[in-house]
Design a protein around this ligand. Structure first.
Ligand SMILES: [Ca+2]
Length: 422
């Protein structure tokens, strides 16, 4: 909540009905109320209460209402827009884990690609960085500028030959079995039951975050504990028995009504609502393509890109990890949820650049209240990752999808004015 008042907002947040460690989902076991709170009810009730409190304190109606959240917070914002179009006038939605019934099962599936650790197909932690370095080497320059930032992963035709073991396996090369695992991790997930698409795979340049989901002796708890406590109410469920039919079961039951997959958001659009969605292109937790999938579905629903960009724009952030940060110096900070508070608890907006050109929330406010559609947002990184006093390292515009920032061919490559949206 800290950043909000600095920008003049009355601000509210919620624990969504439980208090737990990050990946602990045991609170959901057999608890319909807590599942619903997490799924949608805590956000909805907090918005209603927040407006009442604000109106009581100031003695006048709330003029505008905004949302900012990332990851599960991105999902929660989308869910509220889908179910209660009057709640917000603008929403800043990051790396949304919107497809609960699919993506939480996907976390189990993804982990199983690399398990058990005794299997020859298993890629050990040390090889993630080998793969990452080769991805950067091959995929970086495709976007026109060699800067360690992979801005066009979709154009990279990655060749495993340079990292493939030539003789006996070693700790610095990939066997064919391990290459098979890497291809699964990058690939989309299709049902073994009926062949239908189930989930997007991870993107080239996400490897630096693979340790989060792919380095355990079991799949990550976000997946396993979802199935145990949310889906099946069976804490003894054994992840080795996972099969793809669980997605169908999750779709049918959707405990807590948390899946935010509706694209009929006309009521929100019709009352003037605006959405800025963003996603790091090196995200190793929520695959970047999740946002593109939701956006493409929305475009299909509204009958084209232009009728969608009227009120809803997607900004991919090259080189940014999950919700923030970067390991390649990529401009990443746009004043979005948790970004500056991750740098220091007393930081807010984009330190040194708290204006609508650099802060996505202020850009959103300007779009909603003054009709100035957001054509670019300038992202910032600093010489020391978390220290804005270390001086700006790079700034670069982010562009409304499908546009990308393109280097003008002249000028300092780390200056925003050397780039254009094209
Ligand atoms: Ca590049």
């Amino acid at each position: 909540m800290g950043p909000g008042p600095h920008l003049g907002f009355a601000t509210i947040s919620t624990d969504t009905g439980h208090n737990s460690a990050t990946a602990d989902i045991t609170w959901a076991l057999n608890n319909i109320d807590k599942k619903s709170d997490w799924g949608w009810r805590a956000i909805h009730g907090s918005v209603q209460l927040g407006k009442k409190l604000t109106e009581a304190y100031y003695g006048s109606p709330v003029r505008y209402s905004y949302y900012s959240g990332c990851s599960t917070g991105g999902r929660q914002g989308l869910k509220e827009i889908q179910t209660s179009p009057d709640s917000f006038d603008g929403a800043l939605i990051g790396a949304a884990a919107w497809y609960t019934s699919h993506i939480n099962n996907y976390v189990v599936k993804l982990g199983m690609y690399n398990l058990p650790v005794t299997d020859p197909k298993h890629i050990p932690l040390a090889l993630f960085s080998v793969l990452w370095a080769e991805v950067i080497r091959q995929c970086d320059g495709i976007d026109g500028v060699v800067d360690y930032i992979v801005s066009s992963p979709e154009l990279c035709k990655f060749d495993y030959t340079p990292i493939r073991c030539k003789g006996s396996p070693s700790s610095s090369c990939f066997t064919d079995a391990q290459i098979g695992t890497a291809k699964k991790i990058y690939g989309d997930w299709y049902s073994s039951e009926d062949g239908r698409w189930l989930a997007d795979g991870l993107t080239y340049s996400s490897e630096d975050q693979w340790y989060l989901y792919l380095n355990g002796t079991a799949p990550q708890a976000f997946g396993v504990e979802y199935v145990q406590n949310f889906l099946l109410n069976d804490p003894n469920w054994d992840w080795t028995t996972f099969n793809d039919s669980l997605v169908t079961y999750a779709e049918q039951h959707d405990p807590g009504n948390s899946t935010a997959d509706q694209v009929n958001i006309s009521p929100f659009k019709d009352r003037g609502g605006k959405i800025i969605m963003y996603h790091g292109q090196s995200d190793g937790i929520v695959p970047t393509k999740n946002s593109e999938t939701y956006y493409n579905r929305t475009i299909d629903y509204f009958g084209g890109l232009e009728t969608t960009t009227d009120f809803f724009r997607l900004f991919l952030i090259p080189g940014m990890q999950h919700c923030g940060l970067t390991s390649v110096g990529a401009p990443w900070n746009i004043g979005a949820a948790s970004q500056s508070t991750t740098m220091a608890t007393n930081m807010w907006s984009v330190p040194g650049f708290s204006d609508k050109k650099h802060d996505a929330l202020l850009a959103l406010v300007d779009w909603v209240e003054n009709g100035n559609a957001v054509d670019q947002i300038v992202a910032t990184s600093w010489n020391s990752l978390l220290n804005p006093y270390s001086g700006v390292y790079a700034q670069r515009p982010l562009c409304p999808w499908p546009k990308k920032a393109k280097y003008n061919g002249v000028g300092y490559v780390n200056a925003a004015q050397s780039w254009s949206c094209a």
